[in-house]
Write a protein that binds this ligand. Structure first.
Ligand code: IPM
Ligand code: MN
Length: 358
């Protein structure tokens, strides 16, 4: 039987709660499709600082590079918000992405019909929304040197090379081929040098994909397009910080940030994590929405382990759980019954094993 090794990094806040449910569903899909997934937990973020004084402890770093794929919960803790260096939980995540060479971050955004009411956007505008954000993940202001703070000045550097832009652009064009063949590249070329290079490079890569339509948008206008005409976006390709901001904005379309999964792929094992953060305000109460983490396990099956049928089974189970009216508190209407994190995870796992079809 095929065996895979998945490193599980639950992290902080609601991370452990939602990851436990993602693993439950992952195991159900493996059972149904006849392969084995061995999981082992490792610390990251504030949990890493508590365990080893490092947001990416050496033992975690060693384990992830040996794994077939990495499943992560969330990082971040209020007590470490002002910590320095590798004691910052977020620094652990950035170091992890770099270590794995995970340069392309895929964030699919779909609106489930049963949840249209949960979005503040008018329901008619949500008709047909199915978009994929491809966010560059290893460059730009997140990593650019020099960076630092001195007296009353601080500096960050937005830096990109042609090869960094090219490789993520190819991911976006390839993805578009399996979708509606439309790439919207987002930059700020009317102001930033980096965006000029971005635009030229993406346009050149587009030459290799004559069957895919390319448009360029400035990021301010793209922000408006995402809420005014979200169905007009297929693949949205952009740099690191713009992608961070626009993906939270796009999450509003779905009704809850708790629903969104992501896949970070590149040179090494893929990293799969929900888009949401550690949500310290609701951590430990068993009320967090596990569907973003569960859908991330679906992406792990699809892109990390190359098990598309098992991935389809997870996606179908998530849809039928929502159709059955199962709602965590973030999605419930006033007076509507809610389920907790664990109950929802168990129900989705059961639906996977039943092999539900939609
Ligand atoms: C995300 C998060 C991270 C990011 C933080 C936690 C460093 O917001 O994955 O979107 O900014 O990339
Ligand atoms: Mn973010």
């Amino acid at each position: 039987m095929t065996r895979y090794r998945v490193a599980v990094l639950p992290g902080d806040g609601i991370g452990p709660e939602v990851t436990a449910e993602a693993v439950r569903v992952l195991q159900a899909a493996a059972e149904l499709h006849g392969f084995t997934v061995e999981t082992a937990d490792y610390a990251v973020g504030a949990a890493g600082v508590a365990e080893a004084g490092d947001a990416l402890p050496p033992a975690t770093a060693a384990a992830v590079t040996q794994a077939d794929a990495v499943l992560l919960g969330a990082v971040g803790h209020p007590s470490l918000a002002a910590a320095e260096g590798r004691r910052r939980p977020e620094a652990g995540l950035l170091a992890l992405r770099k270590l794995l060479g995970a340069y392309a971050n895929l964030r699919p955004v779909t609106v489930h019909p049963a949840l249209r009411h949960a979005s503040p956007i008018r329901p008619d505008r949500l008709e047909g929304v199915d978009l994929l954000i491809v966010r560059e993940l290893l460059g730009g202001l997140y990593y650019g040197q020099p960076r630092g703070r001195e007296a009353d000045t601080a500096v960050n550097t937005m830096r990109y090379s042609v090869s960094e832009i090219e490789r993520v652009a190819r991911v976006a064009f390839e993805a578009a081929r399996g979708r509606r063949r439309h790439v919207t590249s987002v930059d700020k070329a009317n102001v930033l040098e980096v965006s000029g290079l971005w635009r030229d490079t993406v346009a050149r890569v587009a030459g290799d994909y004559p069957d895919v339509r390319l448009e360029h948008l400035y990021v301010d206008y793209a922000a408006m397009r995402l809420v005014a005409q979200p169905a007009a976006v297929d693949v949205l390709l952009t740099e690191n910080l713009f992608g961070d901001i626009l993906s939270d904005e796009a999450a509003v379309l779905t009704g809850s940030l708790g629903l969104l999964p992501s896949a970070s792929i590149g040179d090494g094992p893929g990293l799969f994590e929900p888009v949401h953060g550690s949500a310290p305000d609701i951590a430990g109460r068993g009320v967090a929405n596990p569907l973003g983490a569960i859908a991330s396990a679906g992406l792990l099956l699809r892109h990390g382990l190359n098990q598309p049928e098992a991935a389809d089974a997870v996606d179908r189970a998530v849809v039928s759980a929502l159709e059955a009216g199962l709602r965590t508190q973030d999605l419930a209407r006033p007076g509507e019954a809610t389920v907790g994190t664990r109950e929802l995870g168990e129900r989705v796992a059961a639906l996977v094993l039943q092999g539900v079809s939609v």
